[in-house]
Design a binder for this molecule. Sequence first.
Ligand SMILES: [Ca+2]
Ligand SMILES: [Ca+2]
Length: 350
Amino acid sequence: MSKSLIFLTLASLLFINCKDSNKNQDISLIFPEGMIWVEGKSYTKGAKNEDPYAMMREKPSHEVYVDGFFIDATEVTNNQFQKFVNETGYVTIAERQIDWNEMKKNLPINTPKPHDSLLQPGSLIFNKDLKRVVNMDNYFQWWKWQIGASWKSPAGPGSNIEGKGNYPVVHVAYEDALAYCEWANRKLPTEAQWESAAQGNYDKAVFTWGDEVNLLNTNANTWQGDFPTNNESIDGFEMIAPVKSFSPNSIGIFDMIGNVWEITDDLFNVNYYSELNSVTDLKNLKGASSCYNPSNPYEIQHVMKGGSFLCHDSYCASYRISARMGVSIDSGSDHTGFRTIVTPEMLLNK
Ligand SMILES: [Ca+2]
Ligand SMILES: [Ca+2]
């Protein structure tokens, strides 16, 4: 859809709004800066037949319809998050004192309390100096709890975001992303909105550029070499990359594949897609009604999308549009961020 057609759509909404409230707004002010219009459309959500890496939780694919909306052209950046913090004084979960009584609700019963020296504010960071792994099922080998790690100290004490204003913000949890959205008059995308945006002008592509896996290293920041011990950085980035380091998708959205995972508003339930078999009206889906992940049954998790700079075909191959993983509601890490959406109605009713 062209920008003028969007304005027509908005103008019709505005007309309704003006009739109701007698406001006189300039529709040229409505197109939000830094965002891309995703037209209302039907597409195939979930695993594609051509995709050998698709997991059970991505199946079966299903035809959905999603109304038009605006989405951030990039992952939310440090500059954007800094502005939010400056104006609100917001303190992220990673920066807060840990309440063991709250934390243990998300852990198996009778989990022993860690020593107080470990119960300090911090976040998860990837151990890029790891030389050897024993068992690929044990991801604790390449993740470590870094006391003092947060969005403004991504690698822990001594690190900062100077000169990295155009990098995606990381170490943010779902609650932090929601607080940012409330301040900015935005929402987190549903998974259906996220995939609609990622498809762009396609309707059932595996990647944002089509189905060609051989374009992965030129089109996205992922992992080349042997995960997690040998990072060859063929795509030019060992870790996180500034936003817009790679070409956008077919409608102008950057880094939906790779760089940092993007938290969505949907609850993560591995059985959700199979349960949709009995639903006939798949319009504007809002995700599962309850969370279910047998790997982490005690946590409330949301769906995150797109994979990150750590994604490699030997592990989870999550650099595909249909890939989905759960992220705990109270956890961030150095490869998890988010982007926001806004609807015309939200802009007009502000
Ligand atoms: Ca890379
Ligand atoms: Ca991303």
